[in-house]
Design a protein around this ligand. Structure first.
Ligand code: PHE
Length: 350
């Protein structure tokens, strides 16, 4: 039978060679139990034999056994350390961030060009003491036409190609439509407020249009209304002149020409001298030297009477303009359809 000493040497050889093959903590634990486990570990088992040795051999084998126990313990600790380091390195590698990669840019949103123009125009009027109000896009025939001095079957209705809602009332009449202009808010405001009135109304309008570079079936308008005692055409001119110079530059000239809108008398269209050619004639002003920017006029007495205002006491002026058209003029945009195509290549320019 091989001596205890020889068995220790062989145990050491096996233990060390097993240890070298171990790659994870679980195998390492099993290894430790196998060689050092208190109950059935190979080393403690061998040591049970120690007392059976002759006394003179006992000391030497005992020392060798202790050394082996230390060796196994140290081997265990070193291997554990190595395994843990390797695991950590794997983990770091897996989770590592390549700081040299270019960052992902966040797209920064901005206001739609129409909204920007509406805000710019609105703030000019707010500084002149105007209040901003809002109104319904689905309107009644009454507010969109009748109360504005445009009776049924009046040829002036042809000026506003109307989208009617597919709904008939008890009399078989279609009373609802998509508002063709923001002017119905003149009536609603006068019904709700007492003079003095100074409001502007930005909002969407709809027309049954064959769309082209200057016509869209959905577009915006900004309506304005001033009503008070003693308002005259001079107030209209002064206000709109101030507005145009604030928006287009201090040196702008203004031209008023007669125009017809059933809800104003007199009615005008207002033009500014072309800021692109300074009035000498170019593409922007179709060689006329003038650019039309809005319709306006003194509120018609019939309109005032209908909302219960005495036209002998109260007078006022109204105006309406298209912010897309103004934006097109200011930025040299050649087609109104660009605004609502949702093409970022266009929208991001503003
Ligand atoms: N509502 C008119 C249009 O759509 C514009 C306008 C408003 C004219 C106010 C005069 C006064 O054409």
């Amino acid at each position: 039978m091989t001596s205890l000493k020889e068995q220790l040497v062989s145990l050491e050889r096996h233990a060390i060679s097993d240890l070298e093959k171990i790659r994870n903590e679980q195998d390492l634990d099993e290894w430790r139990i196998n060689y050092q486990g208190r109950r059935n570990g190979q080393l403690p088992k061998l040591l049970e034999e120690l007392p059976k040795l002759p006394i003179e051999d006992r000391k030497e084998v005992g020392i060798a056994a202790n050394e082996l126990r230390d060796k196994l313990e140290t081997g265990y600790k070193e291997r554990l350390q190595e395994i843990r380091t390797a695991e950590l390195q794997d983990k770091l590698l897996e989770e590592s961030i390549d700081v040299s990669l270019p960052g992902r840019k966040h797209a920064i949103g901005k206001l739609h060009p129409t909204t920007q123009t509406i805000r710019e125009i609105s703030s000019i009027f707010v500084n002149l003491g105007y209040q901003i109000v809002d109104g319904p896009e689905v309107e009644s025939d009454y507010y969109n036409f009748e109360a504005l001095n445009i009776p049924p079957d009046h040829p002036a209705r042809d000026q506003w190609d109307t989208l009617w809602l597919d709904y008939n009332n008890a009399d078989g009449i279609r009373p609802l439509l998509l508002r063709t202009h923001t002017s119905p808010m003149q009536i609603r405001t006068m019904e709700q407020q007492e003079p003095p009135i100074r409001v502007i109304v930005p909002g969407r309008c709809y027309r049954h249009e064959a769309t082209d570079a200057t016509h869209e079936s959905m577009f915006f308008q900004i309506e304005g209304l001033t009503v008070d005692k003693g308002i005259t055409f001079a107030d209209l001119k002064g206000t709109l002149y101030t507005f145009a110079r604030k928006l287009f530059g201090e040196e702008r000239k203004i031209r008023f020409r007669c125009d017809f809108f059933p809800f104003v008398e007199p009615g005008v269209d207002m033009s500014i001298d072309c800021f692109s050619c300074d009035g000498t004639g170019c593409r922007v002003c179709s060689n006329s030297g003038w650019i039309e920017i809005m319709g306006a006029g003194m509120v018609h007495p019939n309109v005032l009477e209908r909302v219960g205002y005495d036209p002998e006491i109260y007078t006022g002026f109204a105006f309406g303009m298209g912010p897309e058209r103004i934006s097109m003029l200011k930025h040299g945009i050649d087609d109104i359809r660009h605004f609502y195509n949702n093409d970022l290549r266009f929208l991001e320019q503003f």
